[in-house]
Write a protein of this length. Structure first.
Length: 234
């Protein structure tokens, strides 16, 4: 075979005796072998096979295994052939919620990047008020990003109706969507204690944690979020 396991390409002629390396014709001469068609054909087929095993610059063939870049980067990559897909998806609400007519969402996937947008609406619920308000059914699973856990992904939720603080206060300084698991997200509320005492939302109020919202019988809000996925392209 022309290609060796160490990544080098080796010239071979034959049939017996088979000479390999840089001096196959000199080896023939030393062995008293004249120019013989069958030996030339073996050598030429050997070269042809080696060339066929190379990646063609005009795209006539494709990789059959992973490509080792040897520590180098890909450069001058095209931008017009990146995987892009969009579609609709339905956020899955906790058990006991009755979704409204405006409940639904959309997604855009560009390579590994997923952007989700949705309107969540419920017209009734039989859930315990302080149960976590989890949203499942994402179009693609959430992957841990480079250098961190998937908890670093954050989204925004807006136009909130029907979710209050657990203690029924309204001192909400930051609202967001946080990652709970690879397929689950949750609206979250950050609140602060007065340190030193002041009237919210003074900048001195500390952000101290995240609390599950207390859901009312009906409610609605919109949200968006982006994250990376390792799911295969489909």
């Amino acid at each position: 075979m022309p290609w060796k396991e160490d990544g080098t390409f080796e010239r071979v002629n034959g049939p017996d005796p088979i000479f390999k390396g840089d001096d196959v014709w000199q080896d023939d001469q030393k062995a008293g072998i004249k120019v013989i068609a069958v030996r030339h054909d073996v050598h030429d087929e050997d070269m042809a096979q080696g060339i066929a095993d190379c990646l063609n610059l005009d795209g006539y063939n494709a990789m059959r295994a992973d490509l080792d870049l040897g520590g180098f980067n890909l450069i001058n990559e095209g931008t017009g052939e990146e995987y892009v897909k969009d579609g609709s998806w339905i956020p899955t609400l906790p058990s006991g919620f009755t979704v409204g007519g405006n409940h639904g969402g959309s997604y855009v996937r560009i390579g590994r990047l997923v952007i989700i947008m949705a309107n969540v609406q419920w017209t009734a619920n039989a859930a315990t008020p302080l149960d976590p308000f989890l949203i499942q059914g994402l179009p693609y699973s959430i992957a841990s990003p480079n250098g961190g856990t998937n908890a670093q992904y954050l989204g925004n939720w807006m136009g909130v109706q029907g979710i209050n603080m657990a203690d029924n206060t309204s001192y909400i300084f930051v609202r967001g969507i946080t990652v709970v698991a690879t397929d689950t997200i949750q609206p979250s509320q950050y609140w602060g204690t007065n340190d030193p005492p002041n009237t919210p939302p003074d900048p001195n109020d500390q952000i101290v944690g995240i609390i599950n919202g207390q859901t009312e019988a009906t409610g609605e809000y919109t949200f968006n979020m982006m994250y990376l996925t390792n799911d295969p392209e489909d």
